[in-house]
Design a protein around this ligand. Structure first.
Ligand SMILES: [Zn+2]
Length: 110
């Protein structure tokens, strides 16, 4: 019988959602960097989330929140299209608020 819950020795890959070993730094399924969740990185990531959120709210159409997470290509695209005429910015904002926004390496920002 398959088990869906997370056990002590397992965690979810933030990129592909598979359950992987808690010791893994790289997801064996998709190759994304997963790393550890120490207290320090927890604070760091929430700080990133807050900065990304504020950038998106105040100057979203400039795409700076995408530059900030090193998504340079789509950042430029967003700048050129004025945030997809605002629609793309709103989609990004919802993703950020829901904790679904990812950086260039596929790590969720929340
Ligand atoms: Zn993965």
């Amino acid at each position: 019988m398959e088990q869906y819950g997370r056990t002590r020795d397992e965690k979810y890959c933030q990129s592909c959602g598979r359950t992987i070993s808690a010791q893994a730094d790289i997801c064996p399924a998709c190759g994304a960097r997963v790393g550890y969740r120490s207290g320090e990185s927890y604070i760091y990531e929430h700080q990133t989330w807050l900065i990304v959120l504020l950038l998106c709210i105040f100057i979203g159409p400039l795409g700076l929140h995408r530059f900030y997470v090193r998504k340079i290509g789509t950042g430029v695209l967003m700048l050129l299209t004025a945030g997809g005429l605002g629609i793309w910015v709103i989609v990004d904002l919802i993703m950020i608020v829901m904790g679904r926004f990812t950086d260039a390496e596929g790590n969720r920002i929340y």
